[in-house]
Design a protein around this ligand. Structure first.
Ligand SMILES: [Zn+2]
Length: 252
């Protein structure tokens, strides 16, 4: 019963994340005006705004202009619901629950926006650094770990980006990625930040390898690092602590 409530709440929030994903890159307000069909501009009524169900009932088309509604909307709603349930299962009713839910939502939004537009909005990344450090005052990883995580994460990628530009004379790594890793460090602390960076690199390399083998990308193709960081950060947030403990066990 509790899990069902958490899942339904996740679907509703997922609906709001869709609004953020669509409007943030266009610099539009996320609270006003009400949702519209992106093709004909007609304002949506309440029954067209029900997560997943509306999409299914309308069979993926706008009721007036018959334009296709992206499958991304219900997919994001379901993913958000799954993230909510997994976060509740991992942290129960604790301070970390709302903190990691907010973090997970931010990662889902960054995941899609980076994939679609190759940008990572400052509202989320820089705002996230501030929220993450503030949250660490009342919950793990504690403010020291959070500040070290933000500075080390941002600093490391910044050095990498700066070095790459000096050597290759072209931008290989966006500064959005720098700010995003600083945010991840602020929320998760430096240990889980390092785990996130390592697993995002592996995930990115595997994807690049698969794309090259299948002939859909070459050596010069760019992959959005933020997209991989987002996936790795959600996994690290939910399951990373035992992995870090196990690894550090070797040095004790
Ligand atoms: Zn329409």
């Amino acid at each position: 019963m509790v899990y069902l409530t958490v899942a339904l709440f996740g679907l509703l929030i997922g609906s709001f994340l869709n609004v953020c994903i669509y409007r943030l890159p266009l610099d539009q307000s996320i609270v006003w005006p009400a949702s519209r069909c992106t093709a004909c501009g007609r304002e949506l009524s309440w029954y067209e705004n029900i997560p997943v169900l509306s999409y299914a009932a309308l069979r993926g088309r706008c009721h007036t202009c018959r334009a296709r509604i992206s499958l991304m909307y219900p997919v994001i709603e379901v993913l958000t619901a799954v993230m909510f349930v997994a976060t509740y299962a991992a942290f129960g009713l604790s301070w970390l629950l709302p903190i990691r839910l907010v973090f997970g939502c931010a990662m889902i939004v960054l995941f899609v926006i980076d994939l679609q537009h190759q940008i990572l909005p400052n509202e989320i990344t820089l705002g996230g650094v501030a929220v993450g450090v503030a949250a660490s005052l009342v919950a793990p990883p504690g403010w020291r770990d959070a500040v070290i995580g933000a500075v080390a994460g941002g600093g490391f990628l910044w050095l990498l980006a700066w070095g790459y530009e000096r050597i290759r004379h072209q931008e290989g790594l966006g500064f959005g990625d720098v700010k995003m890793l600083a945010m991840i460090g602020a929320f998760l602390g430096w240990k889980l930040m390092l785990l996130t960076l390592a697993s995002a690199s592996i995930l990115g390399s595997l994807t690049a390898g698969a794309l090259m083998v299948s002939g859909r990308a070459g050596l010069q193709s760019k992959l959005p690092l933020g997209t991989f960081l987002a996936v790795a950060a959600i996994l690290a947030s939910l399951f990373g602590t035992p992995v870090v403990e196990w690894y550090l066990g070797f040095y004790r």
